[in-house]
Design a protein around this ligand. Structure first.
Ligand SMILES: NC(=O)C1=CN([C@@H]2O[C@H](COP(=O)(O)OP(=O)(O)OC[C@H]3O[C@@H](n4cnc5c(N)ncnc54)[C@H](O)[C@@H]3O)[C@@H](O)[C@H]2O)[C@@H](O)CC1
Ligand SMILES: [K+]
Length: 512
C-alpha cells in the first residue's frame, strides 16, 4: 500500500482521468458507494448529518448522502459555502443528488437550532475539506469544526479529518477529531505523524478504482510494511545452508559498566538466525555475558582506564576478517574512543556496517568518509539521535520525519532506520517503508539493542531493504503478540521481545 501527500494523490487522479480515461465523477461515485456501504455496515440505519464543503471532498459527501437516502436512511445534508462555489465533479454530484429528488440546507440556516438537531442525529459525516486544504483554516470552518468536535457524536471523516493536511505541514488550527476516517484509495502521510494521527481515529483505506498502473508515476515511492509485505518479500534459506551461509556476524558492543546492551544485541542476533557470531568487547563484559549467550564467540578488545572499548587498529583489522557484517554501538559509551572505532570501520570494513546507539553520536563527524563508502551503511537513530545527526530539534524531526529521513538517506547514500511509532526505513535510492506493527511496550531502554541484533542477523541473508523493514516489523510484532495475549505494555521488556521472536518469525513463512 502506497503512502501519498495530497499533491501526489491529485497527480494520480489526474492520470486516471486524463490518460486512462476514467472520469473523476466515476471515482467520486465509487468513493460514495464504498463509504455508504461501510457506514451501513458499521452503524446500520442510524440518523446522519452530512456536512459538505465546496471542493471534491464535498462532492464525495453528496454521493454518500444520495446512496444512504436511496436505502431509506434518514440523512440531513447541509452545505457550508454558497452553492455557486461548487464546480466540476463536485457540482456534477450536487446536481445528481438534487435531480434524484433530495434536498439540502445551508449550514448557516440550521446553525441556530444546532442543539435541538443534535438530539435527532447519531453520526456526523465530515465531507468539508480533504486533500485540498491550503494554509490556515479560514472562517467559518474553525467555529464549525469546534461545534462538531464538541457534539459528542460519532464523526466519520471522508479521506482526511477536515483541517488535517495530507502531508507533513504543521497545523496550528482546529481540525476534526474523527472516530473513523475512510481514506480514499491510498494512505495519506499525515496518518503516520505524532501530531496528526490522533485526528484520524480508526483509519481504513477504501478503494475507489484508481488503477495501480498510475502509481508508478509517483516520484516518491513510500510503502507500508506490514504482514503481507513481510511474507511476500522473505527469501527462504536453502535447506543446504550451513552456518557460514547464514552470516559471519561481528558485534562490537558494551563497556565494563554496560554488559546488558551487549547481551541483548547478541542474544537477539542469535535468536534471529545469525550463523556465526563473534562479539568484540571488554574482558569484564565477556565474563558477565558469556554464560548466557552460549552460541556466541568472544574476542577481547582493548579498553581504556574507564573500562570503555578502545581497540587498537590491529585488533580491529583482525575482527573484520571473514565477517560478512559488522555492528558497532550498543553500550559502547561516549567519548573520543568511539569516534576512532567508528571511523575505522567506515573506512576499512568492506561489508554492511550497522551503527547504533552511542556510535550514532559520532556519525555527523564522519559523513565525508561515509559518502565515499561502497558497501551498505545502516544507521538506527531515534528522533533525538536523528536530531544530533541533522541539527534539527526533536519536534522538527517528528513533524517532518519522512522528508528528513529521506533526504539524509539520499544525500549520504545510506540506510536510515528512523525509530518511533511507525518506524521509517529510508533507502539511499529514495524508497521508503513505514512499519505497521508495535506498541508503547517498545518504548524502553534496551528495545533498540534488540532491533539492532535482529537487523545484524537478517542483513546477511535478505536484501538490505527487506532485512531492515522486516526486522522492524517483527520486533514490533513480538510486542503486539504480548498485547494480544492480554499483557499490559508496561510488562513487556526487551528480554521478553527476544523470547517472543520464534513466534514473531512465524509470519515470514505463514500468514495468519
Ligand atoms: N474527482 C476528484 O478529483 C476526486 C476527488 N476526491 C476527493 O476530493 C478531495 C480533494 O478535492 P479538492 O482538491 O477539490 O479539495 P478539497 O475538497 O479537499 O478542499 C477544497 C475545498 O476546501 C476549501 N479550503 C481549502 N483550504 C482551506 C482553508 N485553509 N480554509 C478553509 N477552506 C479551505 C477550498 O476553498 C475548497 O472549497 C479528496 O480529499 C477526496 O475526498 C475523490 O472523490 C476522488 C475523486
Ligand atoms: K473531510
Amino acid at each position: 500500500m502506497r503512502i501519498v501527500t495530497g499533491e501526489e494523490m491529485a497527480s494520480v487522479e489526474a492520470i486516471t482521468m486524463n490518460k486512462i480515461g476514467l472520469p473523476g465523477v466515476v471515482l467520486m461515485e465509487n468513493a460514495g458507494r464504498e463509504i455508504a456501504r461501510k457506514l451501513i455496515e458499521q452503524y446500520g440505519d442510524k440518523r446522519y448529518l452530512i456536512v459538505i464543503g465546496a471542493g471534491n471532498n464535498g462532492g464525495d459527501g453528496f454521493a454518500v448522502a444520495r446512496m444512504l437516502m436511496e436505502q431509506g436512511i434518514t440523512v440531513m445534508t447541509c452545505i457550508i459555502p454558497d452553492e455557486s462555489r461548487f464546480v466540476g465533479d463536485a457540482k456534477q454530484h450536487k446536481r445528481i443528488y438534487e435531480q434524484s429528488g433530495y434536498r439540502w440546507k445551508y449550514w448557516h440556516d440550521i446553525e441556530h437550532e444546532w442543539l435541538e438537531m443534535l438530539c435527532d442525529l447519531d453520526v456526523i459525516v465530515d465531507a468539508m475539506i480533504g486533500t485540498g486544504i491550503k494554509g490556515a483554516l479560514k472562517d467559518p470552518y474553525p467555529a464549525i469544526i469546534k461545534k462538531l468536535n464538541r457534539s459528542q457524536k460519532e464523526i466519520v471523516s471522508i479521506d482526511l479529518p477536515s483541517g488535517v493536511p495530507a502531508d507533513e505541514t504543521a497545523i496550528a488550527h482546529e481540525a476534526v477529531y474523527a472516530a473513523k476516517t475512510y481514506s480514499l484509495q491510498l494512505m495519506k502521510l499525515s496518518y503516520f505523524l505524532e501530531a496528526t494521527k490522533p485526528f484520524y481515529g480508526e483509519m481504513e483505506v477504501l478503494p475507489i478504482g484508481v488503477p495501480p498502473a498510475t502509481f508508478k508515476h509517483l516520484e516518491k515511492q513510500r510503502c507500508v510494511w506490514g504482514e503481507e509485505e513481510v511474507f511476500h518479500s522473505w527469501f527462504t534459506s536453502s535447506s543446504f545452508a550451513h552456518k557460514g551461509n547464514n552470516g559471519r556476524v561481528g558485534i562490537i558492543a558494551g563497556n565494563d559498566n554496560m554488559p546488558g546492551a551487549a547481551s541483548l544485541v547478541t542474544t537477539a542476533a542469535v535468536q534471529s538466525g545469525a550463523g556465526l557470531l563473534t562479539v568484540g568487547t571488554t574482558r569484564p563484559v565477556i565474563q558477565a555475558i558469556a554464560t548466557h549467550v552460549k552460541e556466541a564467540m568472544f574476542t577481547t578488545l582493548s579498553a581504556n582506564q574507564e573500562g570503555l572499548l578502545a581497540p587498537t587498529e590491529k585488533e580491529l583489522f583482525a575482527f573484520y576478517e571473514n565477517k560478512t557484517v559488522v555492528t558497532i554501538g550498543p553500550g559502547v559509551g561516549r567519548g573520543e574512543h568511539v569516534k576512532d572505532m567508528v571511523l575505522h570501520a567506515i573506512t576499512h570494513f568492506n561489508g554492511p556496517l550497522i551503527l547504533d546507539a552511542d556510535a550514532l553520536r559520532v556519525v555527523a563527524d564522519c559523513l565525508d568518509s561515509i559518502r565515499k563508502r561502497k558497501e551498505p551503511l545502516i544507521i538506527t537513530p531515534h528522533p533525538g539521535e536523528m536530531g544530533m545527526l541533522t541539527g534539527y530539534e526533536v519536534e522538527q524531526i517528528k513533524q517532518r520525519r519522512f522528508e528528513i529521513a529521506e533526504a539524509f538517506a539520499r544525500e549520504n547514500g545510506i540506510y536510515v532506520v528512523l525509530k518511533g511509532p511507525h518506524t521509517i526505513v529510508a533507502m539511499p535510492d529514495g524508497f521508503l517503508t513505514v512499519n505497521m506493527s508495535g506498541n508503547e511496550g517498545l518504548a524502553k531502554g534496551g528495545s533498540g539493542d534488540v532491533l539492532t541484533g535482529m537487523i545484524t542477523a537478517l542483513v546477511t541473508r535478505q536484501k538490505t531493504q527487506v532485512a531492515l523493514s522486516t526486522s522492524v516489523y517483527l520486533h514490533g510484532y513480538a510486542a503486539d503478540l504480548y498485547k494480544k495475549e492480554g499483557w499490559s505494555t508496561e510488562s513487556i521488556t526487551p528480554s521478553h521481545l527476544i523470547a517472543k521472536l520464534p513466534d514473531a518469525f512465524k509470519v515470514v513463512t505463514s500468514k495468519s
